[in-house]
Ligand binder design. Structure first.
Ligand code: XMP
Length: 529
């Protein structure tokens, strides 16, 4: 298949990110760097995650109010330890160093960092010794999450220690005059319960950000930008049933109305009820021009006798592009393609974002041949997934669609192990619906990153009443994750699993056994194929 590479938007009237107070997070390779940026955004302040060695040119045009140095795997004494660039210290802006970022601050400003007696990892208590703006409203002792080897032995000139932990005499340090702060622990993770207050104190208290990064502002500014970009031209958008393309289309429709045409290639590989929901929401409720291509037969014939997961992906991808292109060419004056690209796809930093995982060839809706020469409209390229959901809600999309778990482009084909047939897909759809209904009813849907049924290619013996049965084994997969790079199996209550199992073997003809997948990622992947 041919991919349209993600490109910066062409002429925009006003970049929706540019007018807002911004916090810059410099990424030193820590696993939580992206999480820091998300936490700052939750405080309604725009935040960019940039590589640690970014030049000051890159932030020109942004209204930067403060800088955060992330954690990272290095020791400041490594010969190739990444350092904060000089412009950070010359900018006059407040700086918050977290973990490695704190050690770096100490190292670069004349303090002393030494190896910790032992690596400190996990929960710890921190005792406050003096008041500091960063700790406003926090109790004298609070719980934090530590993950560091080195520790501070002496703070740099001008700094004072504000709190200690069992292992670190300097758990919080600050030079109030220059607005420099260092935290030995991670305020961005949920295991630091008051971490959000600390980040709020930095972003709002120390940096003075007022919180203008809101769904309402974003929608208004995006509408202006989209109108300026596309003028009176037509825009096409591929809908997949997923949240990203749905929100992107709804936003573009709000901006340019009938100039937008959505194309929904229904591949017959969606979950129960999803295709109908797309058509009802977009055509009937939102009055968006929608081309509904019913192509189940075409996709299934391409998948006949295919068992290799990658071949399935390639066949599905190629079929999709062929059909999408045919429809797209028929739309007059279409000069732009709208895509639901998100911020993590365009992040420039080395350790996050683009291309990090090439274990499976993922195909995304919207790949088009280069000769179509369509400009790209990517209104969500500034946003994290949770922000996209908030925009979706503000645009009035149904809750079901906005909160839907991620769903792979090749759909149920890669959850139907072995050959994909209509009969097996129907069995899988019924089993999957039971999983969804039960997890929703039990109130776990939003806590879970993804949950679904897999139809294994294994038949097993069972007994029902007086009869021996020989039917498929269905596997249930439910994972918790912050992003799809790593995941852990969800510790669902046994009663819930029991209900799912009972209902599937009773209600889904052809299935007589249910198993629960207890493999984390790594070493497993989320999908089975
Ligand atoms: P894995 O299975 O690699 O999946 O742990 C990580 C995330 O990607 C989704 N996924 C896909 N998405 N096309 C997609 O658009 C694909 O071929 C594909 N394979 C996996 C998966 O559902 C999870 O969210």
């Amino acid at each position: 298949m041919i991919d349209t590479p993600s490109q910066p938007q062409t002429a925009t009237a006003k970049d929706p990110a540019k007018g807002h107070e911004t916090i810059v997070v410099l990424d030193f390779g820590g696993q939580f760097a992206m999480l820091i940026a998300r936490r700052v955004r939750e405080l309604n302040t725009y935040c960019e995650l940039l590589p640690f060695d970014v030049s000051s040119e890159r932030i020109k045009g942004l209204d930067v109010r403060g800088i955060i140095l992330s954690g990272g795997p290095n020791s400041v004494y490594d010969p190739d330890a990444p350092l904060a660039p000089d412009w950070v210290w010359e900018s006059g802006l407040p700086v918050l160093g977290i973990c490695y970022g704190m050690q770096l601050m100490a190292h670069q400003l004349g303090g002393k960092v030494g190896p910790g007696i032992e690596r400190e990892f996990g929960p710890a208590m921190v005792q406050r010794e003096h008041s500091a703006p960063l700790l406003d409203g926090l109790p004298g002792e609070f719980e934090v999450w530590m993950s560091h080897g080195d520790r501070l032995d002496a703070v740099p000139p001008g700094f004072t220690s504000y709190a200690r932990s069992g292992n670190s005499p300097f758990a919080v340090m600050a030079d109030l005059e220059r607005g420099y702060y260092g935290l030995q622990f991670h305020p961005e993770v949920v295991h630091t319960p008051r971490g959000k207050d600390i980040l709020r104190n930095f972003v709002q208290g120390v940096c003075g950000a007022e919180g203008t990064w809101t769904a309402g502002n974003f929608i208004e500014e995006s509408i202006e930008a989209i109108r300026a970009q596309v003028g009176s031209a037509g825009v096409i958008c591929g809908l997949s049933g997923g949240v990203d393309s749905a929100v992107a289309a709804a936003l573009v429709h709000r901006a340019i109305g009938d100039q937008l045409t959505c194309i929904f290639v229904d591949n017959g590989l969606l979950r129960a009820g999803e295709a109908e929901e797309v058509v009802t929401t977009f055509r009937r409720n939102m009055h968006i021009n929608l081309v509904h291509v019913e192509a189940e037969r075409e996709f299934l014939s391409q998948l006949a006798e295919v068992t290799n997961p990658e071949t399935k992906r390639v066949r599905i991808g190629n079929t999709f592009v062929r059909l999408f292109e045919r429809e797209a060419r028929a739309i007059e004056d279409a000069r732009f393609l709208c895509q639901g690209t998100l911020y993590p796809d365009v992040i420039e930093s080395g350790s996050h974002g683009k291309g990090a995982s090439t274990i499976k060839t993922h195909h995304n809706v919207g790949g088009l041949p280069a000769d179509m020469k369509l400009g790209l409209v990517e209104p969500l390229r500034y946003l994290f997934k949770d922000e996209v959901r908030r925009i979706g809600e503000a645009l009035g999309l149904p809750e079901e669609m906005v909160w839907r778990h991620p769903f792979p482009g090749p759909g149920l084909a890669i959850r139907c192990i072995g050959e994909v047939t209509k009969e097996k897909l129907d069995i899988l759809r019924l089993a999957d619906r039971v999983v969804m209904d039960e997890i929703r009813d039990a109130g776990y849907y939003r806590d879970i990153w993804q949950s679904f049924a897999v139809l294994t290619d294994t038949k097993t013996v069972g007994v029902m009443g007086d009869f021996r049965t020989y039917g498929y084994a269905v596997a249930i997969r439910a994972v918790v994750a912050d992003d799809a790079m790593t995941a852990d199996w969800a510790r669902l209550p046994h009663e819930l699993l029991a209900r799912i199992s009972n209902r599937i073997v009773n209600e889904v003809h052809g299935v007589n056994r249910v198993v629960y997948d207890i493999t984390p990622k790594p070493p497993g992947t989320i999908e089975w194929e």
